[in-house]
Design a protein around this ligand. Structure first.
Ligand SMILES: Nc1ncnc2c1ncn2[C@@H]1O[C@H](COP(=O)(O)OP(=O)(O)OP(=O)(O)O)[C@@H](O)[C@H]1O
Length: 582
């Protein structure tokens, strides 16, 4: 293990030890209380970021989960006599259950992303607050917990609460670190940038969002359970107030909501500042200062303090330490064999959008190793066919099989796992990920299980293969259209697909870039992939395709050898117009 890795671990272990023995140092209770509040906000803002920062599902309902945790502990300890510590896991489970319940309904609806999700979570908070207020759980009088015994974990009561808050904080940061460095985290970051593309790359988006929601809500519930003991007297107004979601959002945004450690930094800075001003009797000034800092941070460091520092450190790293793609020469077209096995079979494939029949029963076979050009006039159903094969839309009728497996009604991530990769007409990279991360992500979810090192090598290989060597650390916004199209290709290739669907990969490229792209597609096929490509550029269609399928009004209109099909007067009349026919 290198010194560079050992040092932060040793520092973290020392820090944990120092904070763990602090309550035994005999400091005034004031310090216990101050540190407890720091731990409290660190845990709460980090738990918020697990769903809202990582996956981009911005929630304003964190008070609901936190409040459910508080009232679970208050009810169980005061009304059922359950020992306080035993109630904390129950508080976590209740809040997690609530999160999963909301997610199970909301995450199925595409229209409930973005601001609608935020409003919905806020509405849930009001509903829960109203229920608790109007039932014996609270009943309007509030709940006193002063008679509930605090376990003697530390010499003082405040020390015990400190220790519980600290343990929760360490656990929360541990979970956030694990998520951020796991397959789950990678999937959530991809969902944040483009959920549909994440699904098409093999991320089980629904399941991942539910897990993130359960973790986020569960931690908030446990924090609430401990906090109930800290405050000693619960009221609905005090528990479900807007301050909780507002502060967690601000703290996470200041520190960096997409970083596992960012919210902790934001929470520590803001809590310390507020506490300092409150101790000095200037609470209002404190709020104003915090507000000003946030405005400045949003203006100058929109991604938060921690990501800004990380980006700065990355830029300072010597070039030789950065990832470098192997320069892989583009393989010249080699004589290829088209197998006898059908990789793709569509039988009566139909897709209806309301009253519009976009695909009206398409029958099509694509053989192993074949390049099939898919052409047709605008609106003839080419992209829709790609969309149903890749699972973006479910079929309305008929069947589609890939390598013998019926996939017409599978979710997109299952189809991706079965070896189907696609590119988009307008490139849709994950905008907050570097080129290397974009391709690594596709390699992680698309292909077979591989180690991190193998995935990285695989990604670097395809980056070099598509001519993007040197751009590994670039963000997609720093690439031109040509490079972004090739990034689409690199991502698709990293999944090692059996079937590659290319949607107008040449559109918008200049003639030299088109030549490059044609060479690249040939090289991809030389590696054994089967390719279906939608294209309007006839030169490329004729040069690349083994067969051409012409769609018209959602039906297969013609199929055959490229030059023959393109000379067919019926095709010319529907697709190319009289000028070409002449
Ligand atoms: N999500 C959708 N909702 C409603 N109609 C849609 C949807 N997607 C496609 N369509 C319609 O289905 C038909 C086929 O569209 P599609 O995009 O598949 O055509 P295309 O052949 O790819 O066209 P182009 O060459 O212009 O890309 C069009 O009439 C289109 O308006």
């Amino acid at each position: 293990m290198t010194v560079g890795r050992t040092l932060p671990k040793a520092a973290a272990a020392l820090g944990i030890l120092a904070f763990a023995i602090l309550p035994t140092a005999g400091l005034p209770a004031f310090y216990d209380s101050f540190f407890y509040l720091v731990f409290f906000w660190v845990s709460l803002s980090t738990s918020w970021a697990l769903l809202s920062g990582f996956a981009g599902y911005f929630s304003l309902g964190h008070a609901a989960f936190f409040g459910v945790g508080m009232y679970t502990t208050a009810t169980l300890t005061t009304k059922a006599g359950v020992p306080f510590l035993a109630t904390v896991p129950v508080a976590a489970a209740m809040a997690a259950l609530l999160g999963v319940g909301i997610g199970a309904v909301v995450f199925r609806m595409k229209r409930l992303r973005g601001e609608l999700f935020a409003l919905l979570t806020l509405a849930v908070t009001f509903v829960i607050a109203t229920i608790i207020l109007n039932t014996p759980i609270d009943g309007g009088a509030g709940v006193f917990m002063s008679a509930v015994p605090v376990p003697n974990l530390m010499p003082t009561q405040t020390g015990t609460i400190y220790m519980l808050g600290f343990a929760m904080c360490v656990l929360t940061l541990g979970i956030a670190w694990w998520v951020a460095h796991s397959r789950l985290g990678l999937g959530l970051f991809a969902i944040h940038d483009d959920e549909d593309v994440a699904e098409a790359k093999g991320v089980p988006t629904f399941r991942y969002k539910l897990i993130a929601f359960a973790l986020s809500a569960g931690i908030a519930g446990a924090v609430g359970g401990i906090h109930a003991m800290y405050v000693g007297f619960l009221t609905v107004a005090g528990t479900f107030e807007l301050t909780v979601p507002l502060y967690v959002v601000l703290m996470s945004v200041l520190g960096g909501a997409r970083s596992w450690f960012g919210p902790a930094i934001g929470a520590t800075v803001i809590t310390a500042l507020l506490y300092a001003f409150i101790s000095g009797g200037e609470a209002m000034v404190g709020r104003a200062v915090v507000g000003l800092i946030l405005v400045l941070a949003i203006l100058w460091l929109p991604d938060g303090v921690v990501p800004a520092i990380q980006a700065w450190l990355k830029r300072r790293r010597p070039v030789e330490e950065r990832a470098q793609a192997a320069v892989v020469p583009v393989v010249p077209a080699t004589p290829h064999r088209i197998g006898t096995r059908n990789i793709l079979e569509a039988k009566g494939a139909a897709k209806r959008f309301g009253g519009l029949q976009a695909l009206a029963g398409v029958d099509l076979d694509v053989r192993e190793g074949e390049i099939l050009g898919l052409v047709g006039p605008n609106g003839s159903g080419k992209t829709t066919l790609i969309n149903v094969i890749s699972g973006f839309y479910p079929l309305s009728g008929g069947t589609i099989t890939v390598d013998g497996v019926e996939i017409g009604h599978l979710p997109a991530h299952e189809i991706a796992r079965r070896g189907v990769a696609r590119t988009y007409q307008i490139p849709r990279p994950f905008v907050n990920m570097t080129v290397l991360d974009n391709v690594s992500m596709a390699a992680t979810f698309g292909g077979s299980t591989r180690t991190t090192a193998e995935i990285r090598d695989e990604a670097l290989h395809w980056i070099g293969f598509t001519g993007l060597g040197g751009k590994e650390e670039a963000l997609p916004s720093e690439l031109n259209l040509h490079e972004r199209k090739f990034l689409e290709l690199a991502r698709a290739l990293a999944a090692k697909p059996k079937l590659l669907l290319l949607d107008e990969v040449l559109s918008g490229l200049n003639p030299t870039e088109v030549d490059n792209a044609i060479r690249l597609v040939r090289a991809i096929r030389a590696q054994g992939a089967t390719i279906v490509f939608v294209e309007h550029l006839m030169r490329a269609v004729v040069e690349l395709s083994d067969r051409v399928a012409v769609l018209n009004e959602g039906k297969l209109f013609a199929l055959g050898e490229p030059r023959e099909v393109m000379r067919d007067p019926r095709v010319v009349s529907i697709y190319l117009g009289k000028a070409y026919a002449a």
